[in-house]
Design a protein around this ligand. Sequence first.
Ligand code: ADP
Ligand code: MG
Length: 364
Amino acid sequence: MEIKVSALTKIFRSPSGEEVRALKEVDLTIPANRIFTLLGPSGCGKTTLLRCIVGLEVPDSGEIAIGDTVVWSKKQRIFIPPNKRGIGMVFQTYAIWPHMTVFDNVAYPLQVRRLPREEIRRRVRETLKFVKLEGLENRPATALSGGQQQRVALARALVSEPKVILFDEPLSNLDAKLREETRRELRRFLTELRITAVYVTHDRLEALTLSDLVAVMREGVVVEVGTPLDIYFRPKHKFVADFIGKANFIEGTVESTSEDLIRVVTPMGPIACRRAEGLTPGQRVTVCVRPEAIAIDRPGDTSGGTNTFRGRVVSLLFVGENYEGEVAVGKTILAIKTNPAFPIGEGEEVSVYIDPAQCHILME
Ligand code: ADP
Ligand code: MG
């Protein structure tokens, strides 16, 4: 089911009368049967938006619809309670009950609804099979690994066959290796289910690997929505480019827009960039270049060509699969990444080449 959020505002008021505008007129369409991620720094309003959708938080103005049903509207005075919205939810702390068995944990939402015993048994079995926990029905929940506990929480959210499932940073309590495994598994489960999933995280890698679409949030506002590839390679905003990965930002002025490539004059020299619409000569812009798009070579080999510059290595740091470092081109310092097999050292002169296709002009 599609979720439509219109002009949603939520203001928290502290006892001392201070106001926090956690959501500011948020407009968002979350398409049906996709994995949609809300990504942003801590405190930007992700949890608040999720809690408004599920009905645990009452907004101050706007409207929320799930499918054709308006579940909350200020104007129409509609408030459908959480348990009538058809939503499953998985929280950061899995909130599974340690004193209960796996079976009882998963069966709980159905027992509350007083379904017949046989139906409960059948649905719990099916769900546990789906999340690959069959055979563990009678284990106490505490006798499970972190990853298995996470799957119990998922099973409990799925057992009521919700139309929508919401996740609030569900992997943040797992260690790095398990988080990666669980992320993969979760993507497989959700893709197979074809359910509308809204996933909240502050972890850019999680957002990029798990999602069909990502909405980047900042201070109560959705800044930009796009596919993982869009927001990584073709972000519209500097904030998004910066948040989603390491990036170099080079300020400059558009010189010509007539050719296939757009020439931008910058302090490090002219940079040929990938075409972008709506630019005029003389316009101030920011060129965004990812460190991995910058190729370093011995000096003199390729100098003089388009987007080839002379530089000097300022710093190099070995980080495992490659070096991260900085190269100075004139007064401009560029973050780079380079193969550890390539023999360069700090202070050395190098030739720097940036593929124009990877020079992206930011509009704002
Ligand atoms: P996120 O999940 O992105 O980290 P939240 O939605 O939890 O952010 O919070 C958004 C803003 O609203 C923050 O400034 C937070 O301090 C504030 N906030 C959240 N819940 C409450 C609350 N119950 N009372 C007061 N302020 C709150
Ligand atoms: Mg949160």
